[in-house]
Design a protein. Structure first.
Length: 299
């Protein structure tokens, strides 16, 4: 799959591309069928909604579940991102967000790169999110909202919100959001919300401001979010657990296009449990850790 000149220009202008029905119902159902078993696990990588048992986000499903391991190497997802970067990519983060019926909470306005910069010391914005709908997404079940063109603003000031939801997030001030929405068109397109059937896919820039409201509808809105980073732009610090910010910078080697329909062999190293190493963190940049190790100084 190769992006057209028009798509490349649209991405540069608006900061996202939407591909309705990018994956077939059969492919999507294979993934959706694997979600309950992942969500049932009592592991650190399942973050639950504040005061509830419903899963808010599942991390690192591609290291636990074979269907999601195949999705992580799917050419229909990987190749467009490589096309935009002109470089091979690795998996920085893998999430299955479960905005469940009646229970899915908000995701505040934020930029993903703000978190990757502040927490992971990712050098530049050469990383991108890919969102894949596993359920139909409509105006009632908490769809993603974007401010078109807001990625052109670059990295904006953010504060670390530790209280609104169960997941800490670097969020953006309401006044700045209002200004950016007005600049993007106000009530006439200042906020957009791609909606469509299960299997649809969105590519969006890591500086594009986005959010989603709570899900008060009777319909789940489960989506996969894959954060792909240019290999040269890998993170420089392991401040967060490995299940949140991955430490393997090996370029993704794609499987054939029918990999969600056939059982191609894939490695799922965390299938039988989360290793202790995945919980180890350090606030020291990687290069400083290497210097310390080379000098034989205890960390």
């Amino acid at each position: 799959m190769q992006l057209t000149k028009a798509q490349l220009e649209q991405f540069d202008r608006e900061g996202y591309l939407f591909f309705p029905s990018h994956f077939t119902p059969q492919e999507t159902q294979t993934l959706l069928d694997a979600v309950p078993e992942l969500y049932s696990r009592r592991e650190a990588y399942n973050v639950r909604e504040k005061g509830r048992d419903a899963v808010r986000t599942n991390f690192a499903g591609h290291l636990v579940s074979e269907p999601f391991a195949r999705l992580a190497r799917h050419p229909r997802m990987v190749k467009p991102v490589e096309d935009l970067f002109g470089e091979e990519v690795y998996m920085h983060q893998f999430k299955i967000n479960g905005k469940m019926a009646f229970e899915g909470d908000v995701w505040q306005w934020h930029q993903d790169y703000g978190t990757w910069l502040n927490d992971d010391l990712m050098p530049t914005e050469r990383a991108m999110n890919v969102a894949i709908f596993l359920d139909d997404v409509n105006e009632y079940n908490g769809p993603l909202m974007f401010i078109p063109g807001s990625h052109k603003k670059g990295v904006v000031e953010a504060r670390h919100d530790l209280t609104t939801t169960s997941y800490p997030l670097w969020t953006v001030d309401d006044q700045l959001i209002a200004q950016l929405v007005e600049r993007a068109g106000g009530k006439n397109g200042g906020i957009v919300s791609p909606k469509g059937p299960a299997g649809s896919m969105i590519l969006f820039h890591s500086c594009l401001l986005h959010a989603s409201s709570s899900n008060l509808s009777p319909w789940n809105r489960v989506s996969v979010y894959l954060s792909l980073c240019a290999v040269s732009n890998h993170i420089r610090r392991f401040k967060r657990p490995e299940y949140i910010a991955h430490r393997d910078f090996t370029p993704i080697d794609c499987l054939p296009d029918d990999c969600l329909l056939k059982d191609y062999p894939v490695d799922v190293p965390w299938k039988n449990g989360l290793p202790a190493s995945a919980l180890q963190t350090s606030s020291v940049p990687i290069e400083e850790m290497k210097v310390t190790a080379d000098a034989g100084i205890p960390a």
